[in-house]
Design a protein around this ligand. Structure first.
Ligand SMILES: [Zn+2]
Length: 104
């Protein structure tokens, strides 16, 4: 495999390169993997279940508001987790050229 920018054969997988960097290297921050986004589906689930329970107990509008808020939060959190997974897959598949140093 060659670097598409400078045609150097001296390319390495970005994750290997990053792991081999010394802890004090400033490049560790530059080439670090994306920050993990934890799944918080349980918060959304509690809000939806709690909201429905509140709605059933009489405060219908407030309960529905809480349930809808839980659904929206769950959808937003899910989208962020998916985005993180895509970014992590890109990072895992990325290669770095040790000559130029280009990322591709
Ligand atoms: Zn290169």
């Amino acid at each position: 495999m060659q670097c598409p920018i400078c045609s150097s054969p001296n390319v390495e997988s970005l994750s290997h390169y990053w792991q081999s960097l010394p802890a004090e290297s400033p490049l560790r921050g530059k080439y670090a993997p994306p920050d993990e986004v934890p799944s918080q589906a349980w918060i959304a689930l509690i809000a939806v279940v709690g909201g429905i329970a509140v709605a059933v107990s009489g405060a219908i509008l407030f309960g529905l508001l809480v349930a809808v808020g839980g659904l929206l939060f769950g959808a937003f959190n899910h989208a962020m987790v998916e985005r993180y997974r895509g970014a992590l897959a890109d990072w895992t598949a990325a290669r770095i050229c040790l000559a130029c140093p280009g990322l591709f």
